[in-house]
Structure formats: structure tokens, C-alpha cells
Design a protein around this ligand. Structure first.
Ligand code: SF4
Ligand code: SF4
Length: 366
């Protein structure tokens, strides 16, 4: 694994932490660190991705700035993670997207939305797009034909899944994790429980820090709202797919139908989660954060919020003349999300799950 400047700083910090050990109850990083005497690049890559950025070790540390040692684990780990996403990205040529993440997300979102809109406007006559609609079966497909809606979404989603799988595998191998850990059920159970509960964002049972020494569980709750909302929206899409292909029930569905109920609850939760996280980011103390990451983080939050908001707007205007444009913009947001997903901040999810799995496996072997 390539040695970066951030890794050199991280190694210096970890050697101090390994002697100090004051923060060992804060998260999974410190118990994992204590299993090592030396910190090669692969181990630092693993520990950085195990970090959940709770910032507890920054505000508790007597060696943090303004101390002359300037120990700042959250910031250096954020830089190592950023480098790690780029180093393992597949195909490698897209790794540069990580470096200019905010710009890449915004550009792809705009391009995808414009493409869908242009295709829609070019293929349909104006009366069909801007005329009043009724929420009867097939109304959406009169504006954007089913094939034009399904195939780009299916292909970009499959592409995203493939790129995420290959990139995660490259990270797993490079961090020196053993292949047999992938087959260990107790390690998986522990890792999934830790990931779902975000246990490592809870510090030593008091929550995480945002601006100062005070603790809060707000970020953990907002993460749960955003992730839960996303899963509900995914469930709504899956139920709608079953309705369409197995039962022959064609969208749009009634307000009391399962896809609409799941999608509405998911959209509201996603909006609450992304909005809250956005506000927290703007207020956060910049010292333990990585300034270069802010653009990409904010762009991804805005894109997720855009998917939720345009989905809810589409539900609200589906019997009006605005339905055609609302549908095209919503699809554009979804397409943009799938396209940038493997090259965005969202890669923290599979990388962190892999690091949690490795940590659970290591604990069982100790
Ligand atoms: S972050 Fe500071 S207080 Fe915590 S273990 Fe490291 S040196 Fe000690
Ligand atoms: S920021 Fe939080 S999760 Fe990361 S190493 Fe420090 S205490 Fe652990």
C-alpha cells in the first residue's frame, strides 16, 4: 500500500496513543490499535476506516492543538480515508473524481438531469408533458416510456454495485485482512450490529462531539434517520418492482398503497436526516475536520436531499401539469446518485463495514 504524508502523521500520532491509551474506551480504533506495536501503511488504512469521526479523542487529548505535538487523529484519519477511497477506486481512472468530489457530484447531477429532461422533451409533445395528468396506471410512462426509465436506472445501478464491490474488495486485500474472515458468521454478526447501531459514534456512552467538549447524540440520530429513510425508499422501489413485474400492477399507485407509504416515510426521514447533517456540518469546528472534504460531503447530502425532495414533490404534483418535469428531475437525481455513488463519500459505508468486520475477526483471534 502506498505510503502517504497523512500516514506518516498518523503513525506518529498512533505511537503516542499506544503509549497513552487514555481513549481506549471511546471506539473500536483504540482496542484495534493496541494489538499492534508497529503501524505499516496497511494497518493505518484499516484503523482510519474503522474511525467513525466522533472527535472524542480530539477534545479529550492533552496533546491536541495548541500543544506543540498537535495531535489530531480525526483530521489525519479523514485524510487517510480520502486517500484510501481514491487509491482503491475501480476503475482507477475515476479516482480523480474523489479529489474534486464536490465539483464531480454537482456536474454529474446537472448533466444527468439535463439529459433526462432533454430526452423527455425531445421525444414527447408538449401537451403530453405539460398537460394535466391523472394518477391512473401507466400515467408516468406516457411522459417517459417505461424502457427509457428502467434501462438507464438498471444499468447505472448495476454499474454502481459492481464498482462498489470491486473497490471494497481492493481495500479489503490491501489492508491485509484475511479472506477467511469473510466466511466467519460471528464476525459478520458483530460487524453488522456495530454498523447498524453506529456504536462507534457513541464515544464512551456519552455521544460524540461537534464543536467543543460537550457531547451529543444528534449526529447519530440524524445518521439513522438518513440511512433508515434511504432503506425505506429502496424498499418502496422493490415493492413497486414486484407489483409491476409479478402482479402486473402498474404505477402510479394509490396514496394508501405500500410503495407510496414506504416512499413517503423514507423521503421525509431522508430529508430530516440530510438537512440536520447539513446544518451540523456548517456549524462544526473546522480544526478536527478536513476542509477539502467539505465540498464532497455537502454535495452528496444535497443530492440525497434532492432525491427525497423531488420524490415527495412528484407525489404532490402527479395529477397536475407539473408531473412531467417533476418526474424527469427526480429521475435525473436518481441517475446522478447511481453514477457518482462508487466515487463519493458514500464509500465510507462499505469501507467502514469491512473495517468493522476485520476488527471483529481480529478480536476473536486475540
Ligand atoms: S488521542 Fe491523546 S488522549 Fe487519546 S489516547 Fe491518543 S494521546 Fe492519549
Ligand atoms: S474520532 Fe472518535 S472514532 Fe475516530 S479515533 Fe477518535 S475516538 Fe475513535
Amino acid at each position: 500500500m502506498h505510503e502517504t504524508d497523512a500516514m506518516i502523521d498518523a503513525r506518529r500520532y498512533l505511537e503516542i496513543c499506544n503509549a497513552c491509551r487514555y481513549c481506549e474506551g471511546f471506539c473500536a480504533v483504540f482496542p484495534a490499535m493496541e494489538q499492534h506495536r508497529e503501524f505499516p501503511a496497511a494497518t493505518i488504512d484499516h484503523l482510519a476506516n474503522l474511525c467513525h469521526n466522533c472527535k472524542g479523542c480530539f477534545y479529550s487529548c492533552q496533546f491536541a492543538p495548541p500543544h506543540e505535538w498537535g495531535l489530531n487523529l480525526p483530521r489525519v484519519f479523514a485524510q487517510v480515508r480520502d486517500d484510501s477511497y481514491a487509491a482503491h477506486a475501480w476503475p482507477g481512472v475515476f479516482a480523480r473524481a474523489y479529489r474534486r468530489n464536490g465539483t464531480a457530484v454537482a456536474f454529474l447531477a446537472a448533466a444527468a438531469i439535463a439529459l433526462v429532461l432533454l430526452l423527455t422533451l425531445g421525444l414527447q409533445d408538449g401537451a403530453r408533458i405539460f398537460g394535466a395528468h391523472q394518477a391512473r396506471p401507466g400515467a408516468f410512462y406516457e411522459v417517459i416510456p417505461f424502457g427509457l426509465m428502467m434501462w438507464p436506472a438498471l444499468l447505472t445501478f448495476a454499474w454502481a454495485l459492481l464498482a462498489i464491490a470491486v473497490t471494497s474488495w481492493r481495500f479489503w486485500r490491501a489492508s491485509g485482512a484475511p479472506t477467511r474472515a469473510l466466511l466467519d458468521y460471528p464476525s459478520w454478526r458483530q460487524a453488522i450490529a456495530d454498523a447498524l447501531t453506529l456504536r462507534n459514534l457513541d464515544g464512551d456512552g456519552h455521544g460524540c462531539n461537534e464543536n467543543d467538549e460537550s457531547y451529543s447524540r444528534t449526529r447519530r440520530h440524524l445518521h439513522h434517520a438518513m440511512a433508515g429513510g434511504f432503506m425505506l425508499c429502496l424498499a418502496a422501489t422493490m415493492v413497486a418492482t414486484i407489483y409491476h413485474h409479478l402482479l402486473g400492477w402498474i404505477a402510479p399507485y394509490g396514496l394508501a398503497s405500500l410503495p407510496v407509504l414506504l416512499g413517503t416515510a423514507g423521503g421525509v426521514l431522508m430529508l430530516a436526516g440530510t438537512g440536520g447533517l447539513f446544518a451540523l456540518k456548517l456549524r462544526a469546528d473546522p480544526v478536527p475536520a478536513l476542509p477539502a472534504q467539505l465540498g464532497g460531503d455537502v454535495a452528496m447530502l444535497l443530492l440525497l436531499a434532492g432525491i427525497a425532495l423531488t420524490g415527495l414533490v412528484l407525489l404532490g404534483v402527479r395529477e397536475t401539469g407539473a408531473m412531467g418535469v417533476a418526474l424527469a428531475v427526480h429521475l435525473g437525481c436518481v441517475l446522478a446518485f447511481f453514477l457518482v455513488l462508487p466515487y463519493s463519500k458514500m464509500m465510507h459505508a462499505p469501507f467502514r463495514l469491512a473495517a468493522l468486520l476485520r476488527a471483529a475477526w481480529d478480536r476473536r483471534q486475540a
